[in-house]
Design a protein around this ligand. Structure first.
Ligand code: B1M
Length: 211
């Protein structure tokens, strides 16, 4: 088994020490951070999701897996941000109201910072009004929203509607993403963009701000 597979296995087993140690090892071998993320950490978390869905594992196991994933992500973060260039725009991001999943949102934030964006992270369970208020206050060009639950996705549409009501929809653009979110959904609620993963989100935000 290769080291990246062992990282995935560490995430699946919720073994944060194994994940941290192996991630450090592959970083020292100069493996590309994006490869460590995709083939190691995210691949492991995908299997956790499948097993959780199949009721083979339970919530405490998923929490441990998330902790293990963060142990690896913390080490990768400076490398993913390293190529940062002067700010090309300000983005407010958050996981929507009622939703506590923040791993994907954090990855999007890390990649945006790496691409030179000034990122203001509002955290998780963020009310639509709070997203709009923060974007106005911070003079952000883009609001980025993440949702992992089908029940929380509608809050994204509320943000788009609030911006319309305040006639800010031309000035502050929106991008949505997260496992249950699709391009069609994004189009349906009137969001300006949809990102299918963190790297794609960066490309789409670049397009939104014309960078
Ligand atoms: Co929960 N959970 N969870 N969970 N959890 C899912 C989402 C679920 C699909 C699992 C399943 O059943 N297979 C399911 C949702 C079902 C549905 O709605 N259809 C589910 C459920 C049901 C729940 C609870 C309700 C369980 C319960 O209590 N009975 C509960 C809800 C809590 C709440 O939010 N109110 C719950 C809780 C949790 C934990 C707290 C234990 C934990 C989260 C820990 C944390 O985030 N700090 C957790 C986890 C870890 C998962 C799974 C296993 C993994 C999610 C993850 O982090 N993936 C997940 C199963 C799955 O998705 N396969 C599941 C890795 C991450 C890198 O991917 O977030 O998709 P993702 O982000 C990607 C892209 O989606 C995209 O880029 C990222 C990187 O490439 N992306 C964007 C994300 N945001 C973006 C924004 C963008 C652009 C792209 O623009 C702004």
């Amino acid at each position: 088994m290769g080291l990246l597979d062992q990282i995935a296995e560490g995430v699946i087993n919720g073994d944060d020490e194994q994940v941290a140690q192996l991630t450090q090892q592959v970083i020292e071998q100069n493996r590309p951070p994006k490869q460590i993320l995709d083939v190691g950490l995210i691949a492991g978390m995908n299997i956790v999701g499948q097993r959780f869905k199949a009721h083979e594992i339970f919530l405490p196991d998923v929490l441990l897996a998330a902790k293990a994933m963060y142990a690896g992500m913390d080490l990768l973060k400076p490398l993913l941000i390293a190529q940062g260039i002067p700010s090309v725009g300000r983005v407010v991001i958050g996981t929507v109201r009622g939703d506590l999943h923040d791993i994907g949102k954090n990855l999007v934030g890390i990649m945006l910072k790496g691409a030179g964006f000034d990122v203001i992270d509002l955290g998780r369970d963020v009310a639509p009004e709070e997203m709009v208020r923060a974007a106005k206050e911070q003079d952000a060009a883009v609001i980025g929203m993440s949702a992992l639950l089908t029940t929380t996705m509608p809050a994204m549409g509320e943000v788009v509607q609030l911006l319309k009501q305040e006639k800010l929809d031309g000035k502050i653009k929106t991008i949505v993403g997260g496992a249950p979110v699709s391009k069609d959904f994004a189009h349906g609620i009137g969001a300006d963009a949809y990102g299918f993963d963190a790297a794609n989100a960066v490309d789409r935000v670049r397009q939104l701000v014309g960078a």
